[in-house]
Design a protein around this ligand. Structure first.
Ligand code: UT7
Length: 332
Protein backbone atom coordinates (compact mmCIF):
# COMPACT_ATOMS: atom_id res chain seq x y z
CA UNK A 1 0.00 0.00 0.00
CA UNK A 2 1.36 3.39 -0.97
CA UNK A 3 0.90 6.18 1.54
CA UNK A 4 2.00 9.83 1.47
CA UNK A 5 4.53 11.32 3.86
CA UNK A 6 5.99 14.77 4.44
CA UNK A 7 9.71 14.55 3.66
CA UNK A 8 10.80 18.17 4.11
CA UNK A 9 9.63 21.62 5.08
CA UNK A 10 10.47 25.23 4.36
CA UNK A 11 9.04 28.46 5.70
CA UNK A 12 9.17 32.21 5.44
CA UNK A 13 7.96 35.10 7.54
CA UNK A 14 8.61 38.71 6.49
CA UNK A 15 11.13 40.65 8.57
CA UNK A 16 8.92 43.66 9.37
CA UNK A 17 7.17 43.43 12.73
CA UNK A 18 3.87 45.06 13.68
CA UNK A 19 3.58 45.26 17.47
CA UNK A 20 0.51 45.64 19.67
CA UNK A 21 1.83 49.08 20.48
CA UNK A 22 1.78 49.96 16.75
CA UNK A 23 -1.82 48.72 16.53
CA UNK A 24 -2.93 50.65 19.59
CA UNK A 25 -1.83 53.80 17.75
CA UNK A 26 -4.19 52.95 14.86
CA UNK A 27 -7.33 51.86 16.74
CA UNK A 28 -8.83 52.02 20.22
CA UNK A 29 -7.18 48.96 21.77
CA UNK A 30 -4.51 48.00 24.27
CA UNK A 31 -1.59 45.59 24.55
CA UNK A 32 -3.39 44.01 27.49
CA UNK A 33 -6.64 43.36 25.58
CA UNK A 34 -4.85 41.76 22.63
CA UNK A 35 -2.63 39.62 24.85
CA UNK A 36 -5.33 38.39 27.17
CA UNK A 37 -8.17 37.95 24.64
CA UNK A 38 -6.10 36.61 21.72
CA UNK A 39 -2.54 35.83 22.85
CA UNK A 40 -0.71 37.82 20.17
CA UNK A 41 2.32 40.00 20.98
CA UNK A 42 3.34 40.85 17.44
CA UNK A 43 2.85 39.77 13.85
CA UNK A 44 4.92 39.95 10.67
CA UNK A 45 3.89 42.19 7.81
CA UNK A 46 5.00 41.93 4.18
CA UNK A 47 5.90 45.37 2.92
CA UNK A 48 6.99 46.22 -0.60
CA UNK A 49 5.28 47.39 -3.75
CA UNK A 50 3.82 44.49 -5.70
CA UNK A 51 4.78 41.78 -3.22
CA UNK A 52 2.00 39.26 -2.68
CA UNK A 53 1.58 35.82 -1.17
CA UNK A 54 3.64 34.22 -3.95
CA UNK A 55 6.72 36.18 -2.81
CA UNK A 56 6.57 34.37 0.53
CA UNK A 57 5.71 31.07 -1.16
CA UNK A 58 8.77 31.36 -3.40
CA UNK A 59 11.07 31.89 -0.38
CA UNK A 60 9.50 28.92 1.45
CA UNK A 61 9.74 26.61 -1.59
CA UNK A 62 13.33 27.63 -2.37
CA UNK A 63 14.29 26.83 1.21
CA UNK A 64 12.44 23.51 1.02
CA UNK A 65 14.21 22.54 -2.22
CA UNK A 66 17.59 23.51 -0.77
CA UNK A 67 17.03 21.58 2.46
CA UNK A 68 15.84 18.42 0.70
CA UNK A 69 18.29 18.64 -2.20
CA UNK A 70 15.46 17.90 -4.63
CA UNK A 71 15.77 19.12 -8.23
CA UNK A 72 12.78 21.42 -8.89
CA UNK A 73 12.38 19.78 -12.32
CA UNK A 74 11.31 16.59 -10.49
CA UNK A 75 8.36 18.30 -8.81
CA UNK A 76 5.15 17.13 -10.48
CA UNK A 77 2.62 19.43 -8.79
CA UNK A 78 2.50 22.57 -6.66
CA UNK A 79 -0.68 23.04 -4.65
CA UNK A 80 -1.02 26.40 -2.97
CA UNK A 81 -3.55 26.87 -0.17
CA UNK A 82 -4.31 30.56 0.07
CA UNK A 83 -7.15 33.04 0.40
CA UNK A 84 -4.95 35.93 -0.68
CA UNK A 85 -3.47 35.02 -4.07
CA UNK A 86 -1.51 37.83 -5.72
CA UNK A 87 -4.23 38.23 -8.37
CA UNK A 88 -7.76 36.91 -8.93
CA UNK A 89 -5.98 35.06 -11.75
CA UNK A 90 -3.56 33.54 -12.55
CA UNK A 91 -2.94 31.49 -9.43
CA UNK A 92 -0.29 32.12 -6.81
CA UNK A 93 0.78 28.50 -7.40
CA UNK A 94 1.66 29.21 -11.02
CA UNK A 95 3.84 32.15 -9.97
CA UNK A 96 5.53 30.09 -7.25
CA UNK A 97 6.17 27.13 -9.57
CA UNK A 98 7.60 29.34 -12.32
CA UNK A 99 9.92 31.27 -10.00
CA UNK A 100 11.26 28.19 -8.20
CA UNK A 101 12.11 26.23 -11.33
CA UNK A 102 9.27 23.71 -10.92
CA UNK A 103 8.81 23.85 -14.68
CA UNK A 104 7.44 20.31 -15.05
CA UNK A 105 4.76 20.76 -12.40
CA UNK A 106 1.10 21.53 -12.85
CA UNK A 107 0.14 24.11 -10.26
CA UNK A 108 -3.12 25.27 -8.77
CA UNK A 109 -4.50 27.20 -5.82
CA UNK A 110 -6.92 25.72 -3.37
CA UNK A 111 -9.07 27.96 -1.21
CA UNK A 112 -10.11 26.54 2.13
CA UNK A 113 -9.51 29.68 4.19
CA UNK A 114 -7.77 28.91 7.51
CA UNK A 115 -8.30 25.16 7.00
CA UNK A 116 -6.78 25.39 3.51
CA UNK A 117 -3.50 23.69 4.38
CA UNK A 118 -5.33 20.61 5.66
CA UNK A 119 -7.44 20.45 2.49
CA UNK A 120 -4.34 20.86 0.30
CA UNK A 121 -2.30 18.29 2.21
CA UNK A 122 -5.07 15.69 1.88
CA UNK A 123 -5.41 16.53 -1.83
CA UNK A 124 -1.68 16.07 -2.42
CA UNK A 125 -1.65 12.89 -0.34
CA UNK A 126 -4.34 11.39 -2.56
CA UNK A 127 -2.39 12.21 -5.74
CA UNK A 128 0.57 10.38 -4.18
CA UNK A 129 -1.57 7.44 -2.99
CA UNK A 130 -2.91 7.02 -6.52
CA UNK A 131 0.59 5.87 -7.49
CA UNK A 132 0.81 8.32 -10.41
CA UNK A 133 2.81 11.07 -8.66
CA UNK A 134 5.97 10.93 -6.57
CA UNK A 135 6.83 14.52 -5.63
CA UNK A 136 4.30 17.22 -4.76
CA UNK A 137 4.84 20.50 -2.98
CA UNK A 138 2.07 21.87 -0.78
CA UNK A 139 2.31 25.57 0.02
CA UNK A 140 0.16 27.19 2.71
CA UNK A 141 0.25 30.89 3.33
CA UNK A 142 -1.47 34.22 3.25
CA UNK A 143 -0.76 37.91 3.13
CA UNK A 144 -3.61 38.59 5.52
CA UNK A 145 -2.53 42.19 6.01
CA UNK A 146 -3.66 42.84 2.41
CA UNK A 147 -7.29 42.21 3.46
CA UNK A 148 -7.12 43.61 6.99
CA UNK A 149 -8.96 46.81 7.85
CA UNK A 150 -6.67 48.88 10.06
CA UNK A 151 -9.62 51.00 11.19
CA UNK A 152 -11.50 47.97 12.61
CA UNK A 153 -10.28 47.12 16.09
CA UNK A 154 -12.18 43.82 16.16
CA UNK A 155 -10.09 42.28 13.37
CA UNK A 156 -6.88 44.26 12.80
CA UNK A 157 -4.93 42.91 15.79
CA UNK A 158 -5.52 39.32 14.67
CA UNK A 159 -3.72 38.80 11.40
CA UNK A 160 -0.18 38.55 10.02
CA UNK A 161 1.68 37.36 6.92
CA UNK A 162 3.63 34.15 6.44
CA UNK A 163 3.98 30.99 4.40
CA UNK A 164 5.17 27.40 4.74
CA UNK A 165 5.79 24.63 2.21
CA UNK A 166 6.12 20.86 2.52
CA UNK A 167 7.29 18.15 0.16
CA UNK A 168 5.02 15.10 -0.01
CA UNK A 169 6.35 11.79 -1.32
CA UNK A 170 5.28 8.12 -1.39
CA UNK A 171 6.13 5.60 1.31
CA UNK A 172 5.31 1.96 1.98
CA UNK A 173 6.11 2.31 5.69
CA UNK A 174 3.32 2.94 8.19
CA UNK A 175 4.13 6.64 8.42
CA UNK A 176 2.73 9.81 6.87
CA UNK A 177 -0.81 11.08 6.55
CA UNK A 178 -2.71 8.24 8.21
CA UNK A 179 -6.17 9.73 8.68
CA UNK A 180 -8.03 12.87 7.65
CA UNK A 181 -11.38 14.34 8.59
CA UNK A 182 -12.50 17.38 6.60
CA UNK A 183 -15.78 19.24 6.84
CA UNK A 184 -17.52 22.31 5.35
CA UNK A 185 -20.63 24.20 6.45
CA UNK A 186 -21.58 26.99 4.04
CA UNK A 187 -24.02 28.51 6.53
CA UNK A 188 -21.01 30.24 8.10
CA UNK A 189 -20.77 32.79 5.28
CA UNK A 190 -22.59 35.64 7.00
CA UNK A 191 -20.32 35.45 10.05
CA UNK A 192 -16.91 35.42 8.36
CA UNK A 193 -16.24 36.67 4.84
CA UNK A 194 -14.79 39.35 2.59
CA UNK A 195 -17.84 40.75 0.89
CA UNK A 196 -16.54 42.44 -2.24
CA UNK A 197 -13.97 41.83 -4.95
CA UNK A 198 -15.43 38.54 -6.15
CA UNK A 199 -18.07 37.91 -8.82
CA UNK A 200 -21.04 38.69 -6.55
CA UNK A 201 -19.87 42.19 -5.63
CA UNK A 202 -17.08 43.31 -7.96
CA UNK A 203 -15.10 46.36 -6.87
CA UNK A 204 -16.88 49.70 -7.11
CA UNK A 205 -16.37 53.04 -5.40
CA UNK A 206 -19.20 51.99 -3.10
CA UNK A 207 -17.53 48.72 -2.02
CA UNK A 208 -14.29 50.56 -1.36
CA UNK A 209 -15.95 53.34 0.63
CA UNK A 210 -17.79 50.72 2.71
CA UNK A 211 -14.61 48.77 3.59
CA UNK A 212 -15.96 45.67 1.87
CA UNK A 213 -12.58 44.47 0.60
CA UNK A 214 -11.52 43.46 4.09
CA UNK A 215 -12.13 40.53 6.44
CA UNK A 216 -15.49 40.80 8.18
CA UNK A 217 -15.77 38.60 11.26
CA UNK A 218 -18.32 38.20 14.04
CA UNK A 219 -15.65 37.15 16.48
CA UNK A 220 -17.69 35.78 19.34
CA UNK A 221 -19.89 33.66 17.05
CA UNK A 222 -16.91 32.28 15.11
CA UNK A 223 -15.04 31.60 18.36
CA UNK A 224 -17.78 29.27 19.59
CA UNK A 225 -17.74 27.19 16.42
CA UNK A 226 -13.94 27.21 16.13
CA UNK A 227 -13.57 25.76 19.61
CA UNK A 228 -16.16 23.04 19.26
CA UNK A 229 -15.54 22.01 15.63
CA UNK A 230 -11.72 22.00 15.89
CA UNK A 231 -11.79 20.10 19.17
CA UNK A 232 -14.45 17.62 17.94
CA UNK A 233 -12.52 16.92 14.74
CA UNK A 234 -9.22 16.44 16.58
CA UNK A 235 -10.83 14.25 19.26
CA UNK A 236 -12.59 12.10 16.64
CA UNK A 237 -9.36 11.49 14.73
CA UNK A 238 -7.54 10.59 17.96
CA UNK A 239 -10.32 8.26 19.03
CA UNK A 240 -10.93 6.43 15.78
CA UNK A 241 -7.21 5.70 15.47
CA UNK A 242 -7.12 4.27 18.97
CA UNK A 243 -4.54 6.77 20.22
CA UNK A 244 -4.23 7.40 23.93
CA UNK A 245 -3.40 10.93 25.06
CA UNK A 246 0.13 9.77 25.91
CA UNK A 247 0.59 8.50 22.37
CA UNK A 248 -0.11 11.96 20.93
CA UNK A 249 3.34 13.54 20.67
CA UNK A 250 2.30 16.87 19.17
CA UNK A 251 -0.85 18.87 18.63
CA UNK A 252 -0.56 21.35 15.76
CA UNK A 253 -3.51 23.73 15.95
CA UNK A 254 -4.44 26.59 13.67
CA UNK A 255 -3.25 29.77 15.42
CA UNK A 256 -6.30 32.05 15.61
CA UNK A 257 -6.63 32.55 19.34
CA UNK A 258 -4.62 31.20 22.30
CA UNK A 259 -7.87 30.50 24.14
CA UNK A 260 -9.04 28.27 21.27
CA UNK A 261 -5.69 26.46 21.28
CA UNK A 262 -5.88 25.94 25.06
CA UNK A 263 -9.43 24.57 24.78
CA UNK A 264 -8.33 22.00 22.19
CA UNK A 265 -5.35 20.90 24.27
CA UNK A 266 -7.64 20.53 27.26
CA UNK A 267 -10.19 18.52 25.27
CA UNK A 268 -7.45 16.16 24.07
CA UNK A 269 -5.97 15.99 27.57
CA UNK A 270 -2.46 16.85 26.39
CA UNK A 271 -0.08 19.14 28.27
CA UNK A 272 0.95 22.51 26.86
CA UNK A 273 4.51 21.38 26.11
CA UNK A 274 3.09 19.08 23.42
CA UNK A 275 1.20 21.88 21.67
CA UNK A 276 2.88 23.94 18.97
CA UNK A 277 2.14 27.60 19.70
CA UNK A 278 3.67 30.56 17.87
CA UNK A 279 0.61 32.84 17.71
CA UNK A 280 2.40 35.31 20.00
CA UNK A 281 5.00 35.98 17.27
CA UNK A 282 3.06 35.67 14.03
CA UNK A 283 -0.67 36.08 14.76
CA UNK A 284 -3.13 34.38 12.42
CA UNK A 285 -1.50 33.78 9.03
CA UNK A 286 -4.55 31.76 7.88
CA UNK A 287 -3.36 28.87 5.65
CA UNK A 288 0.17 29.56 6.88
CA UNK A 289 -0.25 28.75 10.56
CA UNK A 290 0.10 24.96 10.50
CA UNK A 291 3.05 24.68 8.08
CA UNK A 292 4.82 27.51 9.94
CA UNK A 293 4.44 25.54 13.19
CA UNK A 294 5.85 22.38 11.58
CA UNK A 295 8.70 24.49 10.15
CA UNK A 296 9.59 25.95 13.55
CA UNK A 297 9.33 22.65 15.42
CA UNK A 298 11.04 20.51 12.75
CA UNK A 299 14.24 20.05 14.77
CA UNK A 300 12.25 18.57 17.69
CA UNK A 301 10.30 16.07 15.57
CA UNK A 302 11.28 12.41 15.38
CA UNK A 303 10.38 9.70 12.93
CA UNK A 304 7.26 7.96 14.20
CA UNK A 305 5.96 10.92 16.27
CA UNK A 306 2.16 11.11 16.24
CA UNK A 307 0.93 14.58 15.22
CA UNK A 308 -2.65 15.82 15.31
CA UNK A 309 -3.26 18.84 13.03
CA UNK A 310 -6.49 20.77 13.43
CA UNK A 311 -7.91 23.93 11.86
CA UNK A 312 -11.06 26.00 11.41
CA UNK A 313 -11.81 28.82 9.01
CA UNK A 314 -14.24 30.79 6.88
CA UNK A 315 -16.94 28.85 5.07
CA UNK A 316 -17.01 27.34 7.61
CA UNK A 317 -14.22 24.92 6.78
CA UNK A 318 -12.55 22.69 9.35
CA UNK A 319 -10.91 19.39 10.00
CA UNK A 320 -8.13 17.36 11.55
CA UNK A 321 -5.31 15.17 10.26
CA UNK A 322 -3.43 12.40 12.03
CA UNK A 323 0.05 12.06 10.68
CA UNK A 324 3.05 10.02 11.72
CA UNK A 325 6.17 12.10 11.17
CA UNK A 326 8.61 10.71 8.63
CA UNK A 327 12.14 11.74 9.64
CA UNK A 328 14.38 12.76 12.55
CA UNK A 329 15.22 16.39 13.25
CA UNK A 330 15.98 19.23 10.95
CA UNK A 331 17.03 18.73 7.35
CA UNK A 332 20.17 20.79 6.77
O1 UT7 B 1 -9.03 31.93 11.84
C1 UT7 B 1 -10.33 31.77 11.36
C2 UT7 B 1 -11.35 31.64 12.43
N1 UT7 B 1 -11.36 32.75 13.33
C3 UT7 B 1 -11.28 32.55 14.65
O2 UT7 B 1 -11.16 31.42 15.08
C4 UT7 B 1 -11.43 33.74 15.55
C5 UT7 B 1 -12.46 33.47 16.60
N2 UT7 B 1 -12.76 34.61 17.45
C6 UT7 B 1 -11.88 35.13 18.33
O3 UT7 B 1 -10.74 34.73 18.40
C7 UT7 B 1 -12.39 36.18 19.29
O4 UT7 B 1 -13.79 36.20 19.24
C8 UT7 B 1 -11.83 37.60 19.04
C9 UT7 B 1 -10.36 37.64 19.39
C10 UT7 B 1 -12.01 37.98 17.58
C11 UT7 B 1 -12.56 38.59 19.91
O5 UT7 B 1 -12.45 38.22 21.29
P1 UT7 B 1 -13.75 38.10 22.22
O6 UT7 B 1 -13.28 37.80 23.56
O7 UT7 B 1 -14.67 37.11 21.57
O8 UT7 B 1 -14.30 39.55 22.16
P2 UT7 B 1 -15.77 40.04 21.77
O9 UT7 B 1 -15.91 40.12 20.31
O10 UT7 B 1 -16.77 39.25 22.54
O11 UT7 B 1 -15.74 41.50 22.37
C12 UT7 B 1 -15.62 41.72 23.79
C13 UT7 B 1 -15.46 43.20 24.03
C14 UT7 B 1 -16.46 44.04 23.26
O12 UT7 B 1 -16.82 45.14 24.09
P3 UT7 B 1 -18.21 45.14 24.90
O13 UT7 B 1 -19.28 44.94 23.89
O14 UT7 B 1 -18.10 43.97 25.85
O15 UT7 B 1 -18.19 46.46 25.57
C15 UT7 B 1 -15.69 44.55 22.09
O16 UT7 B 1 -16.17 45.77 21.58
O17 UT7 B 1 -14.16 43.60 23.58
C16 UT7 B 1 -14.32 44.73 22.69
N3 UT7 B 1 -13.24 44.66 21.72
C17 UT7 B 1 -12.05 45.24 21.94
N4 UT7 B 1 -11.58 45.94 22.97
C18 UT7 B 1 -10.29 46.37 22.89
C19 UT7 B 1 -13.23 44.06 20.52
N5 UT7 B 1 -12.03 44.22 19.94
C20 UT7 B 1 -11.29 44.94 20.80
C21 UT7 B 1 -9.97 45.43 20.76
N6 UT7 B 1 -9.52 46.13 21.82
N7 UT7 B 1 -9.12 45.19 19.72
Amino acid sequence: MINAVITGIGGYVPKDVLTNDDISKMVDTTEEWILTRVGIKERRILRGEGLGTSFMGIQAVNQLLKKTGVDPKEIEAVVCATTTPDYPFPTAASIVAYNTGCVNAFAFDLQGACAGFLYALETAANYIRSGRYRKIIVVGGDKMTSITDYTDRTTCPLFGDGCGAVLVEPTTEKIGILDTLLRTDGSGISHLHMKAGGSAYPATYHTIDNHEHYVYQEGRYVFKYAVSYMADAAAEVVERNGLTKDEVNWVVPHQANLRIIDAIAKRLGVSEDKVMINIQKYGNTSAGTIPLCLWEWEDQLKKGDNLILSAFGAGFTWGAIYLKWGYDGKKA
